[in-house]
Structure formats: C-alpha cells, structure tokens
Ligand binder design. Structure first.
Ligand code: 16G
Length: 250
C-alpha cells in the first residue's frame, strides 16, 4: 500500500530538522498534513488500522494511539465496523487561540471572505467599553461573511483599535496574519458563546432557512500587556460547527 499518508509518514521520518521521535505523534502529524493538503477529503475513509500498521511497520497499538488523539480532537470520526473517516462537520477546538483561516486550512479547506464593511471611524460608547478605549479614539471595523470553499460558514463583525491596525484595507484575507506582521497578534482571549436563532438577513447570508440554529461567539482578544486587540462577534452556522473544549479536573 503506497498512499499519500504512507509517503507523508516516511517523509516526516526523513526530515531530520523537525523529526518527531515518537512514532504515534509522527503518524498524527502525517494524518493532519494529508487532510490539510486535501489528499484525504472530509467524509472519506482512512486506510484501515491493519493496513496502516503493515505499510508503516508500526504496531497496531501505535496506530490506534495516533488515531485516538485525532478522534478526540474531532478531526477524525469512527463508525463502528466501518472504519475511520475524516470528520465532515467542522470541529473547532476551544482551547487554542486560532483564526478562522487557520481552522479552515487545518481541515484542507480554502478560506475566503466577502467584505461588507472595512472602515475606520470614531469609537462608539459600546465599542469603547468592549475595547477599553477612551471616547474619541479611532477604530477599524470589519464586517464580513466567511466562506470555506464556496460555502458560507460564519458572519463576523470585528472592531480593532486603529492604534494597532492603522488601515482597514490592510486586511485582505486573514486579520490575524496582518496583526502578526504588525507585531500585535492576540495572545489570550475571552469568549462568550450562546445559542441563537439566525434572523432573516443572517440566514440569507449563510444560505440557511430563517430561524435555523446558530452560535453567537463574542471574542475579546488581548496582547501580552493587557491591551484589547479585537472585539469580534461571530455567528457560526449551527448545522456545520462543533465546538470542542478539553477540560481538566483541578
Ligand atoms: C475567528 C475568531 C475571530 C477572529 C477570526 C480571525 C472565533 C469564534 N472567532 O473567526 O474572533 O477575528 O478568527 O480570522 O474563533 P482571520 O485571521 O482568518 O481573519
């Protein structure tokens, strides 16, 4: 068996610079990479555990351990008796501060945005509360529909202090990418999540029926020095997204 997955696993084994010595972690990385490159698409099956362990000369315990971690993360799903598949719903881990662009790329999907607003103006009283800004300062506002391939997945309204992002036109695809180049990518965030019924306009933009279930997520992100770098309100489609959080007991 010579699949993209087997070649990727071998390639990672030869890559001395970033070689992961633990085989199950290397296999996990290889699976992530092939999903990201679209070599195995959403809904499609992974080679069986037995075939993988034979082709990679790994024990089945190792293969199982690699797969179990990705099932837990939500990248893979297992159907009893049928095997392991790349998950079709988009699973978003809540424990990592990632961007929409990164989340989609990690699933092998191409992200894209349609902008309805990219402007700069004086902060409103509500925005100044959310961003801890004094009245009168300037903020950048983005309002966009976020797509994965050609499918609308979320609507986002973002406000960023203009002191950190001086020109709204700088944001083409990823806000976090541009913030990173400006040296102010968020380091920490607080999120509030609530279930909503999508209104007529939101439903139209997201290509779902009015009144469909959605998730409204407000994210306030901070820099290391405590300054708020973004306030974003997102409406994600409830029929596509799963939000998963890892919990610890202490
Ligand atoms: C995510 C964030 C949003 C952030 C955006 C940046 C959630 C709930 N929200 O959608 O706060 O502004 O990513 O994405 O995860 P970008 O870098 O692709 O523009």
């Amino acid at each position: 068996m010579e699949t993209a997955l087997v070649s990727e696993y071998r390639r990672l084994g030869r890559d001395t610079a970033s070689r992961q010595p633990l085989a199950y972690l290397r296999l996990r990385r290889a699976i992530r990479n092939v999903v990201e490159h679209g070599d195995i698409e959403a809904g499609h099956a992974l080679p069986s555990e037995r075939d993988l362990s034979k082709a990679l000369t790994l024990s089945r315990v190792t293969v199982r351990k690699a797969i179990a971690g990705l099932v837990e993360e939500g990248l893979l799903t297992q159907r009893h008796g049928a095997g392991t598949f790349v998950a079709e719903r988009i699973v978003k881990p809540m424990s990592r501060l990632t961007s929409f662009t990164e989340d989609l790329r990690a699933r092998g999907l191409s992200p894209r945005s349609e902008f309805f607003e990219r402007s700069i103006g004086e902060v409103t009283p509500e925005e100044s509360m959310a961003l801890n800004l004094s009245p009168g300062v300037l903020v950048v506002r983005l309002y966009r529909v976020r797509y994965g391939e050609d499918e609308p997945l979320a609507i986002e309204r973002t406000v960023v202090p203009a002191a950190l992002l001086p020109d709204p036109q700088l944001v083409r695809d990823s806000l976090y990418e541009i913030l990173e180049t400006l040296g102010c990518r968020p380091r920490r965030a607080l999120q509030r999540l609530r279930a909503v019924l999508l209104g007529a306009q939101q439903a139209r933009l997201l290509h779902v029926a009015p009144g469909s279930a959605g998730l409204n997520i407000e994210r306030r992100s901070f820099l290391d020095d405590g300054r708020v770098v973004e306030f974003t309100s997102s409406w994600y489609r409830g029929d596509i997204y799963d939000f998963v959080a890892e919990l610890h007991s202490d």
